[in-house]
Ligand binder design. Structure first.
Ligand code: HEM
Ligand code: HEM
Length: 302
C-alpha cells in the first residue's frame, strides 16, 4: 500500500472507532436511565447510595503534602508516557547512553529510554513517600476498601453517573465507592504492575539470574507494560472528566489548594502547575535530553 492509502485507512479506522464509542455511550445513557425507572433498581440505589461512612479516625480534607504528591505524580507520569511512547515508536534512536561505572558494562540504551528510566526513579520515589504518608496519617482508609459493601455501592454510583443524574458529594470528607475502587486500583495495582514489568525490561534486571528470568520471561513484561500505560491514560481521561463535571472549582480547591470552598485559588494553582507540565513536555526534546543524559554517563551518536 502507498503511504496515503495507509493514512486514509488509519483515519477511517479512527472515525469508525469514534462513531462506535459515541453510539455505545448514548445507548448506555438511555439504558441506565431506563433501568432507574424500575422499582428494584431504584430501591437498590436507595439501599446503596454510593458513599460509605468513613472508618472512625479517618482524617477529613486533603492536606498540602497530598496536593504536592498528586501534582508531582501527574507531572512525572505525563513525561513517562511521552518517553515510553517515543521508545515504542522510534525505530533508529539518534543517540545512546552508556553508564560510566563498570557494574553495568555492556549496557547501552537510547537516551529516550534513559530519560524514561530517570523519570521512573523520581516517580517511584514520589509514590513511596505517598504510601508511607497515607499509612502514617490514616489517610489510607479513604482510598483502600475496607468492606465488601464497596462493591454494590460502586455499582450504584456507576448507574447514577451513567444515567447523568448523580447527587453532589463531598470528596473533602469521603470519596464515593467507585472513586475508592479506582483510586485503589491505580495506586495499588496499576503502579506496581508498571514497576514490576518495567524493571524486567530494564538494565537493572539481574539477567545472570537464569532461573528467575526463566520463571518471569521478558515477553510477559513487554506484553503487560504497554496495556498498563493505556489503562493509566484511560483512568486519567475519566478522572479529569469527572473532576470537571462534578463541581470544577471546588474539586480543584480540594486537590490543588487544600481548601473546601468555591474560590478561584485551586484553579490558579492548577493553571500554573499545568503550564509547568506543558513547559516540561517541550523541554524534554532531543537536545536537552542528550545534555542531561551526558551528565550521568557517556552519550554516543546512533
Ligand atoms: C492533571 C489532571 C488531574 C486533575 C485535575 C486531578 C484532580 C483530582 C481531584 C480534584 C481529586 C480529589 C477529588 C475530590 O475531592 O473528590 C483527585 C484525587 C485523586 N487523583 Fe487526581 N487529578 C489529575 C490527575 C491524576 C493522575 C494522573 C492520577 C494518577 C494516575 C490521579 C490520581 C488520583 C488519586 C489516586 C486521587 C485520590 C487521592 C487521595 O485522596 O489519596 N489524578 N484528583
Ligand atoms: C518503575 C517504573 C518503570 C520502569 C522501570 C519502566 C521501564 C521501561 C523500559 C525498560 C522500557 C523499554 C522496553 C523496551 O526496550 O522494549 C519501557 C517502555 C515503555 N514504558 Fe515504561 N517503565 C516504567 C513505568 C512506566 C509507566 C508508569 C508507563 C506509563 C504509564 C510506562 C510506559 C511505557 C511505554 C508506553 C513503553 C513502550 C512500550 C512498548 O514499546 O511496547 N512505563 N519502560
Amino acid at each position: 500500500m502507498i503511504r496515503s492509502d495507509i493514512l486514509a485507512s488509519r483515519r477511517a479506522r479512527w472515525i469508525a472507532t469514534t462513531i462506535v464509542a459515541v453510539i455505545v455511550v448514548v445507548v448506555g445513557i438511555f439504558v441506565a436511565r431506563g433501568m432507574r425507572t424500575l422499582e428494584p433498581v431504584s430501591s437498590f440505589i436507595a439501599d446503596y447510595p454510593g458513599v460509605l461512612e468513613p472508618l472512625p479516625g479517618t482524617p477529613e480534607g486533603l492536606p498540602v503534602w497530598l496536593a504536592w504528591q498528586h501534582y508531582l505524580n501527574a507531572f512525572f507520569l505525563l513525561l513517562i508516557v511521552k518517553t515510553g511512547w517515543e521508545v515504542r515508536t522510534t525505530q533508529r534512536p539518534r543517540a545512546y547512553w552508556a553508564p560510566r561505572t563498570s557494574r553495568f558494562t555492556g549496557t547501552k540504551i537510547s537516551v529516550t529510554l534513559w530519560l524514561h528510566l530517570a523519570l521512573d526513579v523520581l516517580w517511584v520515589l514520589n509514590g513511596v513517600v505517598f504510601v508511607i504518608l497515607i499509612f502514617a496519617t490514616g489517610h489510607w482508609a479513604r482510598i483502600v476498601p475496607t468492606t465488601w459493601e464497596v462493591v454494590p455501592n460502586a455499582l450504584s454510583v456507576f448507574l447514577q453517573y451513567a444515567s447523568l443524574d448523580w447527587p453532589t458529594e463531598n470528596g473533602w470528607i469521603a470519596y464515593n465507592a467507585l472513586q475508592v475502587l479506582s483510586y485503589f486500583g491505580v495506586v495499588f495495582i496499576l503502579a506496581p504492575l508498571a514497576i514490576v514489568t518495567g524493571l524486567r525490561m530494564s538494565p537493572l534486571w539481574p539477567s545472570s539470574a537464569v532461573r528467575l528470568s526463566r520463571v518471569y520471561p521478558i515477553e510477559i513484561a513487554r506484553a503487560v507494560h504497554y496495556p498498563t500505560m493505556l489503562a493509566f491514560v484511560a483512568f486519567v481521561i475519566v478522572h479529569v472528566t469527572l473532576v470537571a463535571t462534578t463541581g470544577l472549582l471546588r474539586n480543584l480547591n480540594h486537590m490543588y489548594a487544600s481548601r473546601d470552598d468555591v474560590s478561584w485559588w485551586g484553579a490558579l494553582v492548577f493553571a500554573i502547575g499545568t503550564a509547568a507540565m506543558i513547559a516540561a513536555w517541550f523541554l524534554t526534546g532531543p537536545t536537552i535530553t542528550r545534555t542531561l543524559a551526558a551528565r550521568t554517563g557517556s552519550v554516543t551518536r546512533g
